[in-house]
Ligand binder design. Structure first.
Ligand code: 5AD
Ligand code: SF4
Length: 487
């Protein structure tokens, strides 16, 4: 199957499909940090470069172009980039001694936030390109190759998606049967801890026709599951095919009609944008998986207010009640920040309380990190690191207990599994449950891209182990991707 192709074959195929290379083929190594949107952006950057004859490589030392697609969300993420750049500089020097040239590029949110500062701190860098301008990457790389230092971080006036080449079928196949699809970018919410409104800019929704065309192209290449992406994905809106204003709920219904697409997901959502149509989609659209990442960040109303979340803990809990009434088997996922400025022990207890009240199947929790330029960084009463550490430990212990309980609750249940890739051990395949957990089965269960019905036998710390249900008759054309038999 395509999934077994080596990076070498993938890259040759991708380059071949884009037409004859205009230049001698060169190799590009892309390292991605941060969120799923960066994963998507890295793929699109590779598509743009493939059209210029660049083939991807997994080995940094053989790359003529090294691109770091970076994340600025927390200080740690941003600092990682600089330590990596130190290593890459040595590589560049070693290659130069062999007469080989290496162009080093920094893309993504650190690029957007720090621009020229990156060239000052890491002089080996040749180009800096932001998330709104990466469709210009081929010309930026060409200028860098001529010896210019290029910083391209303006907000582009043109729509980058209109200018990016579509990946060929083989390139899509090499990425698997699940795909990300950005439908919305940027954020107007201005939570006081967050850099996203500054790095990704104002909220922009892609038009319906552009999204549908991309979904059709992905489906035609064998993609069966789409995850719609946006920093604030449920703020997506646009003019529908019927001339009415659509929200994400209507868009999901439209995408469910794309032949070949069997499963839909979306991330990340803001509680304020969970409208009735989207909740109705969870009730009425079987292809929409029963899993919702809906960050609350904190459980204390005082802290939620200081974070400018614009909802209370109670409003969040009532919203979850409504979502669960619409889709009783929905699994909740969330993000939490501990140690926001001014957070007292009592405030933190409220976070623990909301976690207990919701019961999360999955969650991500972080120590507050003061980000330059955000209101939170200016607030007094910053919480000492040791206090944040202790709170994070307590919160993570509770969340991991809940995650384990959720996984254990599935033992014995019959679920539908989309087979995604070979497992770590020979003879195994790995798929995802409707609730996004990795599930390991014997390779005889089916082929990659099939949706198979399995029974969960055992829950490990990170995956479930399952066996096929004999005679379930699901496969490429299997009807249901529902987990309706979830115990
Ligand atoms: N410090 C810590 N965590 C943060 N997040 C966003 N900004 C910060 C910050 N300054 C977390 C939030 C968000 C997730 C993507 O990262 O929980 O939902
Ligand atoms: Fe990181 Fe946010 Fe940028 Fe994603 S959008 S890479 S999470 S800063």
């Amino acid at each position: 199957m395509e999934q077994n192709a080596t990076p070498e074959t993938i890259s040759r195929e991708a380059a071949h499909e884009a037409g004859p290379p205009r230049t001698v083929s060169r190799k590009v190594f892309v390292k991605t940090y941060g969120c799923q949107m960066n994963v998507y952006d890295s793929q699109r950057m590779a598509d743009a470069l493939a059209a210029e004859g660049y083939v991807p490589t997994e080995a940094m030392e053989e790359a003529d172009l090294v691109l770091l697609n970076t994340c600025h969300i927390r200080e740690k993420a941003a600092e990682k980039v600089y330590s990596e750049l130190g290593r890459i500089r040595q590589l560049k020097e070693a290659r130069a001694r062999q007469g080989r040239e290496t162009v080093i590029g920094v893309a993504g949110c650190v690029a957007q936030a720090e621009g020229h500062e990156i060239l000052r701190r890491a002089p080996a860098v040749d180009l800096v390109i932001g998330p709104q301008t990466y469709h210009r990457l081929p010309s930026v790389v060409a200028r860098a190759r001529r010896g210019q230092k290029v910083v391209e971080t303006d907000y582009a006036v043109e729509d980058k998606f209109e200018h990016l080449p579509a990946p060929g079928k083989r390139a899509v196949r090499s990425r698997g049967v699940t795909a990300f699809l950005t439908v919305q970018e940027g954020c107007d919410k201005f939570c006081t801890f967050c850099v996203v409104p500054y790095t990704r800019g104002a909220e922009v929704s892609r038009p319906v026709a552009q999204i549908v065309a991309e979904a059709e192209r992905l489906a035609a290449a064998g993609v069966r599951e789409l995850t719609l992406l946006g920093q604030n994905v449920n703020a997506w809106h646009g003019e529908g095919a019927d001339g009415r204003e659509w929200g994400l709920g209507e868009l999901l219904f439209r995408l469910a009609e794309v032949p070949g697409i069997e499963r839909l997901r979306y991330t990340t959502s803001h509680p304020r944008d969970m409208d009735d149509a989207l909740i109705a989609a969870h009730r009425d659209l079987p292809k929409l998986m029963p899993y919702l990442h809906l960050p609350v960040q904190a459980g204390s109303d005082r802290i939620l207010k200081a974070m400018n979340r614009r909802h209370t803990a109670e409003e969040y809990l009532r919203l979850i009640d409504r979502i669960r009434a619409a889709r009783p088997d929905i699994a909740m996922s969330g993000d939490f920040i501990v140690g926001f400025p001014g957070e007292t022990e009592e405030d933190f207890e409220q976070t623990m309380r909301i976690v207990r009240a919701v019961g999360y199947a999955q969650a991500f929790s972080f120590k507050y990190s003061a980000r330059p330029g955000t209101p939170g960084a200016e607030m007094e009463e910053q919480v000492p690191e040791a206090v944040k550490d202790a709170r994070l430990q307590r919160l993570q212990a509770l969340l991991s207990e809940q995650q384990q309980a959720f996984a254990q609750g599935l033992v014995g249940a019959t679920i539908d599994l989309l087979l995604e890739k070979p497992g770590r051990q020979a003879g195994q395949l790995v798929g995802r449950s409707p609730w996004l957990q990795p599930v390991v089965v014997d390779e005889k269960a089916g082929a990659i891209g099939d949706i198979v019905r399995v029974r969960v036998e055992r829950a490990g710390p990170n995956s479930l182990f399952a066996v096929p249900v004999p005679g379930s008759g699901l496969g490429r054309d299997g009807a249901s991707a529902l987990g309706e038999e979830h115990a």
